[in-house]
Unconditional design. Structure first.
Length: 81
């Protein structure tokens, strides 16, 4: 995407890019992680309640998140798109 005033072959400042695109930018500078994307558009979660979910464990057996009720855990998701 051409950015007016940006150097043709130099680095692009992520903060400037986010501002010009009107998108949110989240940065973890010590780890070199940056995320740029649109605002939620009103589709944010209405509560912190986890839906009923069953996923395969590392051995392929079904694992229900219900079994973790009362335990704090972090769920990490990733998508290539």
């Amino acid at each position: 995407m051409p950015l007016p005033g940006a150097p043709a072959d130099g680095p692009v400042d992520a903060r400037v890019l986010a501002e010009r695109l009107g998108m949110a930018l989240v940065a973890d500078e010590p780890r070199g992680l940056w995320a740029l994307g649109p605002e939620s558009g009103g589709r944010a979660l209405l509560s912190a309640q986890m839906p009923e979910l069953e996923l395969p464990d590392r051995h392929g057996r079904p694992f229900s998140l219900r079994s973790l009720r009362g335990t704090r855990f972090v769920m990490v998701a990733w998508a290539s798109w």
